[in-house]
Design a protein around this ligand. Structure first.
Ligand code: RIB
Length: 308
């Protein structure tokens, strides 16, 4: 059994490529725009599915023209949408994104229908969820729904991974301690632990406090510096890859999508992280979020070019 359940958000990404952010009251011409499918949950689901994973998605779409496109997008990648619900009278989630010439991004999110994904929706999908090898969560839905999913995983012996993004203060210690995997970036790790995290060494130290509190595996994504692991299997770092970055939006989601695909098949954390660092590096060489995620064939080609 290796099916993955992603319980999380979907968004319509409104991506504007900019030279700089306008000042207050200023109108500025921007060089480019793209409309894409995004949302941290959907991005992670699509990355895993593109690589060949079987994925069940729990999310909500709105009552607008974006909803059909989002559903069709999930289905294009073979994602199980039995539990993707439309919310009458509510907008779909949207994310205006601004990408600078140096590849870095700023994102606003409007949760829309995602805010209506409730604990009862998890109970309604219980039978399908029990057939999954892993439950994957982020923080673009209500936190009570996230906590309920953690409790569900615990009660049914299904491993749970939380990507605590976007960063949210005041997460329940009791629920965090029940996680199998926590996958923060450095700023999310700093917020959760209250420690300064500005180097791999300080990330190691902060991750150790989380493992001491009960989390089995903490994986910290470090951008260009790769990712580090602290947990039951010891401590190690997977170095980053040097690539020409064009758009870093959704790189963290690419990491998680690839990690969950490999881990759910082989249960080998180090090998899954090594693949995930490369997948995330490959994603930043393309534009957009899901559009920049390679399928298994294109990812193998990226590996061949790296080895050449
Ligand atoms: O992590 C990137 C994602 O964050 C974007 O796709 C956007 O929709 C926001 O959810």
């Amino acid at each position: 059994m290796s099916k993955i359940a992603v319980i999380g958000s979907n968004m319509v990404d409104l991506i504007t490529y900019i030279d700089r952010m306008p000042a207050q009251g200023e109108t500025l011409e921007a060089p480019g725009f793209a409309l894409g499918c995004g949302g941290k949950g959907a991005n992670q689901a699509v990355a895993a599915a593109k690589l060949g994973a079987e994925v069940l998605m729990l999310t909500k779409v709105g009552d607008d023209l974006f909803a059909d496109n989002t559903l069709a997008n999930f289905q294009r990648f073979g994602i199980d949408t039995r539990y993707v619900q439309r919310m009458p009278g509510v907008s779909s989630g949207v994310a205006p994104i601004f990408v600078q010439a140096d590849s870095h991004n700023s994102i606003l999110i409007v949760k829309g229908a995602n805010a209506h994904l409730a604990p009862a929706d998890i109970d309604a999908a219980a039978q399908a969820l029990r057939e999954c090898a892993l439950i994957v969560l982020q923080l673009e839905i209500n936190v009570d729904t996230v906590y309920h999913a953690i409790e569900f995983g615990r009660a049914h012996n299904i491993p749970v991974l939380l990507n605590p993004a976007p960063a949210l203060p005041g997460l329940s210690r009791e629920h965090l301690a029940q996680l199998d995997f926590l996958v923060p970036n450095e700023s999310e790790l700093a917020l959760i632990t209250g420690q300064t995290v500005d180097s791999p060494a300080s990330a190691h130290k902060a991750a150790q406090t989380l493992v001491a509190s009960g989390i089995r595996h903490v994986i910290v994504t470090l951008g260009q510096q790769g990712a580090l692991y602290v947990g039951e299997e010891g401590e190690f770092q997977i170095p980053g890859l040097s690539v020409a970055a064009r758009d870093t939006t959704g790189a963290g989601d690419a990491f998680i999508g690839c990690f969950i695909h490999h881990w759910s098949r082989n249960r080998d954390i180090r090998a899954a992280m090594t693949q995930a660092v490369a997948y995330s590096a490959c994603s930043v060489t393309g534009l957009g979020t899901q559009t920049s995620y390679p399928d298994a064939h294109a990812f193998a080609e990226f590996h061949r070019r790296l080895d050449a």
